[in-house]
Design a protein around this ligand. Structure first.
Ligand code: ATP
Ligand code: MG
Length: 448
């Protein structure tokens, strides 16, 4: 196939017949976030490269190996966002949200770009639902974002997810831990991959996060961060667990989780599933008390998480979670000839204005082909309009599911004809002498 008709490796189209699933997920996660006080923020797809180097950390896999970075025509180094936190944090500072009442709770659904080896659940362009809570040090907040993530999974009916949490301490307790790690890895240095050998000096904790199986094997018996927490961090972690228990949120403590961002502090967590193969982390996040300061702001303890939309979708499909039905046209008007087509345009305008979906053929098909087309679109009802129907003002309305046909006055579809709204008109519709609620006929309840 020619190159121009081939999508870039690791990218994926969402086709019209599938998009209702994404729309459902997106609407639902935003709705849930709103219940916790999160408002959407939209930030650009690219930022100065420096922001991610600082924000994500230049010893992380993301920055060292995975970023899409290029010079623009003005010679600036630009990077396509590999995650959502850095952009949101930049905006928090730049827009002055940082001077408003804290905490500021923001959320987003964004595309992210990482140069990784594509496989199921691992793409080069993927999408994240993320939340960021800027400006609170309370462990209540840690428990609250976990509760938010958990209730999203519960709402979707996702099962068998395990929540693993850890605390990776603050810069104070981290120092001692880093020393212990350096000591442990120094004697095993030769076995490490090149990147990790380099990390040994600069940020030894990153070695624990390396994906190379050789490094993971070496890291198996490495010192555990929980043994090095200072009193404040220990207490914070205990409080988080207390609040989780109060909400009956199950978790296990996994001292191996360190997370891929450099500025994570204290609580870190992952929601993991066995149902979608190797890429089992569906949601991950934690506290990043140092990030805002690192970016030049005031000390602003903060936290957040990112949830992979593609992985969530894979998970929901693999577990047979329910999606609402894809939308279908309420009415298809099969029009034959010029007069009938004009009438169809008029009816469709009024129907759409009243909140119904209404479709007619654009390609001059014959009657049989139009009915086939209506079937293909999944229309709930059709009416056929020819010259006769237009002059008599009466047409047949066909229920496409039952095949049942009824005569109907065309005037019924025209807004204001009876000096009442179309919805009211349709409500009082009589078919074969019986009154019919057109809204419920279309399965739309009391649609206004
Ligand atoms: P992994 O360990 O799988 O590489 P990560 O730690 O790099 O994940 P984060 O940076 O925490 O991932 O991103 C948050 C979430 O975004 C992940 O839990 C995952 O659901 C999703 N995600 C990350 N990278 C990808 C990707 N390349 N393709 C699809 N989803 C991804
Ligand atoms: Mg990764």
């Amino acid at each position: 196939m020619a190159l121009i008709t081939k999508a870039i490796k690791g990218t994926k189209d969402v086709l019209p017949s599938e998009v209702y699933k994404n729309q459902y997920i997106e609407a639902k996660v935003l709705e849930t976030a709103e219940k916790y006080g999160y408002k959407e923020i939209r930030t650009p797809v690219f930022e100065h490269t420096e922001l991610f180097k600082r924000g994500v950390g230049d010893t992380t896999d993301v920055v060292q190996k995975e970023m899409y970075t290029f010079d623009d025509k003005g010679g600036r180094s630009i990077t396509l966002r590999p995650e959502g936190t850095a952009g949101a944090a930049r905006s928090f500072l730049e827009s002055g949200l940082c001077n408003e009442t804290l905490p500021q709770k923001v959320c987003y659904i964004t595309s992210c770009y990482r140069y990784e080896k594509p496989q199921a659940g691992r793409l080069r362009e993927f999408h994240q639902f993320g939340v960021e809570c800027f400006g609170t040090q309370s462990p209540l907040a840690d428990a609250e974002i976990l509760s938010l993530a958990k209730s999203i999974f519960d709402n979707f009916g996702v099962k068998d997810l395990s929540l693993e949490i850890n605390s990776i301490g603050c810069p104070k307790c981290r120092k001692e831990f880093h020393d212990a790690l350096r000591e442990y890895f120094s004697s095993r240095k030769d076995g490490l991959c090149d990147t990790c050998r380099d990390r040994l000096d600069r940020n030894p904790m990153r070695i624990l996060d390396c994906k190379s199986p050789v490094c993971s094997e070496i890291a198996k018996d490495a010192p555990v961060v929980l043994d090095y927490l200072c009193d404040e961090c220990k207490e914070h972690f205990e409080e988080v667990k207390k609040y989780l228990r109060a909400e009956n949120i199950e978790f296990t403590v996994n001292p191996k989780i360190v997370r891929g961002l450099d500025y994570y502090t204290k609580t870190v967590f992952e929601f993991i599933s066995d149902s979608i193969g190797a890429q089992g982390a569906v949601c991950a996040g934690g506290r990043y008390d140092g990030l805002i300061e690192e970016l030049g702001g005031q000390k602003t303890p903060s936290l957040g998480f990112g949830m992979g939309i593609e992985r969530l979708l894979l998970l929901m499909e693999s577990q047979g979670c329910e999606f609402p039905e894809d939308s279908r046209p309420d009415l298809f008007i099969a029009a034959l000839g010029d007069k009938a087509t004009l009438k169809a345009v008029e009816i469709a305008k009024d129907m759409r204005g009243e909140g119904f979906s209404c479709i007619y053929d654009l390609n001059g098909r014959g009657l049989r082909a139009q009915m086939k087309y209506a079937n293909k679109l999944g229309a709930k009802f059709t009416i056929v309009l020819g010259d006769n129907e237009v002059s008599s003002g009466i047409a047949k309305l066909k229920n496409m599911e039952s095949g049942e046909e009824t005569e109907i006055a065309l005037a019924t579809f025209v807004s204001g004809y009876y000096n009442i709204t179309l919805s009211e008109q349709l409500k009082d519709l009589e078919i074969n002498g019986e009154s019919v609620d057109f809204g419920s006929l279309f399965g739309l309840g009391d649609k206004k």
